[in-house]
Design a protein around this ligand. Structure first.
Ligand code: HEM
Length: 473
């Protein structure tokens, strides 16, 4: 009866709420999300429109799927939508949400975000790690050469490169052992896991029963012990010159100087560094993996990019970061990839802190908000042939990913937008430019490249890219 009632007699409200698909008792619309929520929500938006009000378990969730809705949330009413919902697993994993990405909006978040923006991720700082990126790129080229045309697992090499760059920048050296790799993998997998307790508090015991909470506790403990030893090592180091400081050195310096007027406890340092790994490794590698996959499927685009690289490289051993500014097609390829394969398709959820009107609808305070950036980037009213891979659309176009063009928001926007766009794209541009400059890749299997997507917060390729590589003479 409850089922029939909720299907056919939805409760009336005097508020003008956005349209809602029928829901089931207890779980609401959870069952409709499937294994690919960005695609399922996109399909639902075709029926219910650019603003839908879902109920995931007991939580009201607003789903925005149009440019106007995204602009209203991230620009017009940015402050109202700058909170993050409290989610059980990120809270266990990230020191009770003391990191930047999951912290509640307020003074604490303002302080930690400004530490990241003013000390860790400035243009100057990103530039200072140029040698790390170039070193790791040279190493990757060597590894591919060493395979002597036999099968190369490009996905694995790209993961290893991004992890190494982030490790060296954040911690001062690489941790290539299986233990660290597995810890990071388990951490990222868990971060994208669905926790029943976050959406149906009365069923929180399910997360304990399935072992989800226990796994989160274990990983949090393992990371904590790891960071504890990394920080101890850094504290006992002799003087470090500004030019060779890693992110932990900088955070310890900010802590010592107390120049921000905000006391940074050790857990805060650990939580910020954890964010750099959580937000910075998977996302960055994902963009590269999809870019190469699309180029393998579009030989004309590959040829054009290689021509550009060869003209700029002029036979020198490597494309350097000074060359990248001139590589317009390279930038267009990466943008087009971010559009078609938005690494975090639903961005990071937000929460409203006041009643507000959005596109004429009433949105109550405390509503969780999902922005379907993936759907917006394929909106046929904004993009010509939206499902086609056509990097040319970004040549001579002002559209950029910095959060001002709401049809293209792979890094989000507004106050909660990603603070590390430059950090990520510095890696991706250098890596893609050099891969196509140095090698011809061909698929190992005759079949078309499998483009299926993985499940999780960051959506990467389900299967790795296997190619054979020959050096371009
Ligand atoms: C291609 C690579 C990347 C993509 C696509 C990406 C995407 C995003 C997105 C969608 C958000 C949420 C934005 C919003 O809510 O509006 C975000 C937030 C964040 N990203 Fe990135 N990111 C990338 C790389 C990085 C890297 C390399 C780092 C660190 C070094 C990083 C650190 C963060 C942090 C700390 C936040 C939280 C900001 C806040 O809540 O105030 N990201 N990122």
């Amino acid at each position: 009866l409850l089922l029939l009632k909720s299907l056919y007699f939805p409760s009336k409200s005097d508020k003008n709420l956005p349209p809602s698909p029928p829901k089931l008792p207890l779980i609401g619309n959870l069952h409709q999300l499937g294994s690919s929520p960005h695609r399922a929500l996109h399909a639902m938006a075709q029926t219910y429109g650019p603003l839908m009000l879902l109920r995931l378990g007991t939580v009201p969730v607003l789903v925005a799927s149009s440019v106007d809705a995204a602009r209203d949330i991230m620009k017009t009413h940015d402050i109202i939508f700058s909170n993050r919902p409290k989610l059980n697993i990120p809270s266990i994993l990230c020191y009770g949400s003391k990191d930047i990405a999951f912290a509640q909006y307020g003074e604490y978040w303002r302080q930690v975000k400004s530490i990241a923006v003013l000390h860790l991720l400035t243009n100057k700082r990103v530039q200072s790690y140029r040698h790390v990126r170039e070193d790791e790129m040279a190493l990757m080229i060597e590894k591919i050469r060493d395979t002597h045309k036999s099968e190369v697992n490009l996905s694995e090499l790209l993961i290893s490169l991004t992890n190494n760059v982030v490790c060296r920048v954040a911690l001062g050296r690489t941790y290539e052992g299986r233990k660290f790799k597995s810890l990071l993998e388990r951490f990222l997998e868990l971060l994208g896991c669905f926790s029943v307790g976050s959406y149906v508090p009365s069923l929180a015991w399910v997360d304990r029963l399935t072992g989800l909470e226990r796994r989160a506790d274990e990983i949090a403990k393992e990371f904590d012990e790891f960071f504890e030893s990394v920080i101890d090592e850094h504290v006992s180091k002799k003087f470090v010159g500004v030019e060779s400081q890693d992110l932990v050195d900088i955070l310890l310096e900010v802590q010592r100087d107390n120049s921000t007027g905000f006391h940074i406890e050790k857990d805060v340092i650990k939580a910020i560094i954890l964010d750099v790994f959580a937000a910075g490794t998977d996302t960055t590698f994902t963009n590269l993996e999809w870019a190469i996959s699309e180029l393998l499927r579009h030989p004309q685009a590959m040829k054009k990019l290689q021509q550009e690289a060869w003209e700029i490289g002029q036979g020198r051993p490597m494309i350097t970061e000074d060359d990248l500014e001139k590589m317009a097609y390279l930038k267009a390829v990466l943008k087009e990839t971010l559009r078609l394969h938005t690494p975090i398709p639903l961005l990071v959820p937000r929460e409203s802190t006041q009643d507000v009107k959005l596109l004429g609808y009433d949105i109550p305070s405390g509503t969780q908000v999902i922005i379907n950036a993936w759907a917006i980037a394929r909106d046929p009213s904004k993009w010509e042939e939206p499902n086609e891979f056509r990097p040319e659309r970004f040549l001579n176009s002002p559209i950029d990913y910095k959060g001002l063009h709401f049809e293209f928001i792979p890094f989000g926007g507004g106050r909660r937008g990603c603070p590390a766009i430059q950090f990520a794209m510095a890696i991706n541009e250098l890596v893609l430019a050099n891969l196509v400059y140095k090698f011809h890749f061909t698929l190992v299997s005759e079949e078309d490249l499998d483009m299926s997507e993985s499940i999780g917060l960051t959506v990467h390729k389900k299967r790795p890219i296997l190619v054979s590589a020959t050096s371009c003479s």
